[in-house]
Ligand binder design. Structure first.
Ligand code: AGP
Length: 613
C-alpha cells in the first residue's frame, strides 16, 4: 500500500526521505517519488514501471539542487491510473508550487475533477489523488494558509486518505491529514517528521504521535500543531515506541520472511506473557470489557481477512469446544455488505495483524453501528482497529515486515485460544484443572514450534524433490482445515503457483476430478481422532496418481503407506496443532519460492497493509 514520508527543517532532507521510503518498501509499491520545497521552488523526482525501486529514485535524485531542508516522499500502489511515472506522486497543482502525496482513494474524484477542469485547472495524471493538489491550490488562491487550504479541501473529498502537502509560497511547512489511512508524526530538535508508520522515521525522531481520523497537522521545524475539520485545536496522542531500528531490519537473515518464521517461538512466548494471575485467572491487561459482559456472551462473530481469517477459523473450534459458545467467522469484506444480525449478547472480534486493513475496520464499524461490542485482536499497537474497537487484545508478535504473515498468525491463534479459555473460565464450561492444563499446553507450544523449525533441511529436501510441480491441493480436517487454507495461501502468495486449500472431506464433492499425475496433495494428518479418515482420503488421491506430502506426527507409523513425502512435527493437543503444523508449510512455501527465485518479502501484486477495499 502507499507509503508516506515527510520532513521539515533538516539539512539532510533528501536522504531522510529516501531512507524512509526504503523502510516503507515492505508496504508494497509500484512507483515512488519525492518533492523538495523552498521559497519559490518545488523540485520533484519520480520513477515507475519496471524501474520502480527506491534505488532508482535515488539515481533520479542525484541531480537534486542543494540546500533544501523540507520535502515529502511517496511510494505508490496503483489504484486509479496505471503504475506509470506520470501517475506517481507527488502531484503538483497548476502553478507547480503545491505538491501533494496521498495514500487511499478519493471516491468522488470524478465530479471534483470535472468541476476543477471547468474552472480552468489542468490535470496531468490519471489519478484520483491529483484533485487534492488543485483543491488546495484554490484555497491558497483565496488567501488561505496552507493548513486551512488543506482543511477546506477535506470538507469536499470523500474516501480514505493520509495526505501531505507542501507549497513553495509557504516554505518550511508541511500540512498532513488523515482519514482512515495511517499517519504518524515524529519530532526531534529542529526538525519534524511525518510517515505512514514509525520505522520510516524511527532513527530520526525522538517522540512519536498518532494522527487520528479527520485531524490536520501543520508541521514546522519547531514542531507541530493539529486541528480538527472545524479548525479547533486538538492534541495528538504520544505513542509509546519501544522498537529499535534493528527490530525493523533483517537481523542477519536473507529476508524478513525467514527471520519472522524463526521468531515464532518468541512471538508465542511474548503473546502469552503475564496472562495468568496467581489464582489461575486468565487476564488481558488491555481488554476493557467487564467480566459479566464476556460471561453473558451468547454468540461470537469473528471478522478478519486473509491469514487473520484463518486464525479466526481456528479460534472457532476452540471457542465452541472450550467455551460452548456459538461462533460465526466472516470474511470482513463480506460482513458489511450483508445484513448481519447483531442481537443482545453478540460479541464481535475483529482480527488483524496490521490493524489497518480497511475491510476489517469497516466490518468493525458496521458491527458497532448495529450495537455490537467489538474486541480487536491486533498486532500493531495504537493501530486504527485497536483505537476504534471497544477493547483490544494485542498479539505482541513484534513488527512483521514480510508481506506473507507468519509470526503474527501463530500469535493470533494463541491470543484467540487464550480468550477462549478465559470465556470458558467465566462461563464455567471447563473445570479449573482442565483450563490449567490447557494453559500449560499453550505455553509449551513455543518449544514445539522450535523443534519444527529445526527440521528446515528436511522440508527443503521435499521442496527440491517437487521442483517443477504446478498444482497443489492442501487438505485437512477439523483444525487441519484452516491449517490447509493457511498453508495454501502462504504457498500461492510467494511461489505464484496454483494452490487451493480444502476440507479433506470435500474432495469427493468436486475437486477429486482435478487429481491426476503431477498434482501434489499436501495433507495435514496430525489429528489422531481423524487419522483413519485422512488415510482414506490420501489413498483416494494416490490411486489417481497424485504425489502426497503429509504433515504427520513423530509417532505416526501408518502414514508411510500413503505418503510420498513426510514432514514430521511433534505431536500436541489437536487445538494447539495449527501453530505447530503450519511451520513445515511455511518453510515448504518459502523453500519452493526461493527455488523459483521469487521475492518472498514483496510478492507481486500484494501489499502488507491493505488500506483500500
Ligand atoms: C497474509 O500472508 C497476507 N499477506 C494477507 O492475507 C493478510 O493476512 C491480510 O491482508 C490481512 O491483513 P491484516 O491481518 O493486517 O488485517
Amino acid at each position: 500500500m502507499c507509503g508516506i514520508i515527510g520532513v521539515v527543517g533538516s539539512a539532510d532532507a533528501l536522504k531522510i526521505l529516501l531512507d524512509g521510503l526504503e523502510r516503507l518498501e515492505y508496504r508494497g509499491y509500484d512507483s515512488a517519488g519525492v518533492a523538495l520545497v523552498r521559497a519559490g521552488e518545488t523540485w520533484r523526482a519520480r520513477t515507475a514501471t519496471g524501474t520502480a525501486s527506491v534505488a532508482s529514485l535515488r539515481d533520479e535524485c542525484a541531480s537534486a539542487p542543494e540546500g533544501f531542508v523540507s520535502g515529502i516522499g511517496h511510494t505508490r500502489w496503483a489504484t486509479h491510473g496505471a503504475p506509470e511515472t506520470v501517475n506517481a506522486h507527488p502531484h503538483l497543482d497548476c502553478s507547480g508550487h503545491v505538491a501533494i502525496i496521498h495514500n487511499g482513494i478519493v471516491e468522488n474524484h470524478g465530479p471534483l475533477q470535472a468541476e476543477l477542469e471547468a474552472r480552468g485547472h489542468r490535470f496531468t495524471s490519471v489519478t484520483d489523488s491529483e484533485v487534492l493538489a488543485h483543491l488546495i491550490e484554490e484555497g491558497r488562491a483565496d488567501g488561505l494558509e496552507l493548513l486551512d487550504a488543506v482543511r477546506a479541501s477535506l470538507l469536499v473529498v470523500r474516501g480514505a486518505f493520509a495526505l501531505a502537502a507542501v507549497d513553495a509560497t509557504e516554505p518550511n511547512v508541511i500540512v498532513a491529514a488523515r482519514r482512515i489511512s495511517p499517519l504518524v508524526v515524529g519530532t526531534a530538535k529542529g526538525a519534524t517528521f511525518l510517515a505512514s508508520d514509525v520505522p520510516a522515521i524511527l532513527d530520526r525522531a525522538d517522540s512519536f504521535y498518532a494522527v487520528n481520523d479527520d485531524e490536520i497537522v501543520r508541521l514546522g521545524p519547531e514542531g507541530f500543531r493539529a486541528v480538527d475539520l472545524d479548525g479547533v485545536p486538538v492534541r495528538l496522542r504520544q505513542l509509546a515506541i519501544d522498537w529499535d531500528l534493528e527490530t525493523a531490519q533483517k537481523g542477519g537473515h536473507d529476508d524478513y520472511m525467514i527471520k519472522e518464521i524463526n521468531e515464532q517461538p518468541d512471538a508465542l512466548r511474548t503473546t502469552l506473557l503475564d496472562r495468568r494471575r496467581d489464582d489461575g485467572t486468565i487476564t488481558f491487561d488491555e481488554l476493557r470489557v467487564a467480566d459479566e459482559e464476556l460471561r453473558d456472551v451468547r454468540r461470537v462473530v469473528i471478522v478478519a481477512a486473509g491469514t487473520s481469517h484463518h486464525a479466526a477459523l481456528v479460534a472457532k473450534y476452540a471457542l465452541e469446544r472450550w467455551a460452548h459458545v456459538s461462533v460465526e467467522v466472516d470474511i470482513s469484506s463480506e460482513y458489511r455488505y450483508r445484513d448481519p444480525v447483531v442481537e443482545v449478547g453478540t460479541l464481535v472480534i475483529a482480527v488483524s495483524q496490521s490493524g489497518e486493513t480497511i475491510d476489517t475496520i469497516q466490518a468493525m464499524r458496521e458491527a458497532k453501528r448495529r450495537g455490537a461490542r467489538v474486541v480487536a485482536v491486533a498486532n500493531v499497537v495504537d493501530s486504527s482497529l485497536a483505537r476504534e474497537a471497544d477493547a483490544v487484545i494485542y498479539t505482541r508478535a513484534g513488527l512483521e515486515v514480510s508481506v506473507a504473515s507468519t509470526k503474527a498468525y501463530v500469535a493470533q491463534v494463541a491470543a484467540l485460544e487464550l480468550l477462549a479459555l478465559r470465556l470458558a473460565q467465566l462461563r464455567a464450561t471447563l473445570p479449573a484443572p482442565d483450563v490449567e492444563a490447557h494453559l500449560l499446553g499453550l505455553r509449551a507450544v513455543g518449544a514445539l514450534v522450535s523443534r519444527a523449525l529445526g527440521r528446515r533441511a528436511g522440508v527443503e529436501a521435499v521442496a527440491g524433490a517437487l521442483a517443477g510441480a504446478h498444482d497443489f491441493f492442501f487438505i485437512g480436517r477439523h483444525v487441519g482445515y484452516p491449517t490447509a487454507l493457511e498453508g495454501a495461501l502462504k504457498f500461492k502468495e510467494i511461489t505464484y503457483l496454483h494452490a487451493e486449500g480444502y476440507p479433506a472431506g470435500e474432495l469427493k464433492h468436486g475437486p477429486l476430478a482435478l487429481i491426476e499425475p503431477g498434482v501434489v496433495v499436501v495433507a495435514i494428518a496430525t489429528d489422531p481422532a481423524l487419522h483413519e479418515k485422512m488415510l482414506s482420503n490420501l489413498s483416494e488421491v494416490k490411486a489417481r496418481g497424485a504425489s502426497v506430502v503429509a504433515v504427520a506426527t513423530d509417532d505416526d507409523d501408518q502414514i508411510d503407506a500413503v505418503a510420498d513425502f513426510i514432514l514430521r512435527v511433534p505431536a500436541t493437543e489437536p487445538l494447539f496443532s495449527p501453530m505447530v503444523d503450519i511451520v513445515p508449510l511455511q518453510l515448504f512455501a518459502y523453500a519452493m519460492a526461493r527455488g523459483l527465485g521469487r521475492n518472498v518479502d514483496r510478492p507481486r501484486n500484494l501489499a502488507k497493509t491493505v488500506t483500500v477495499e
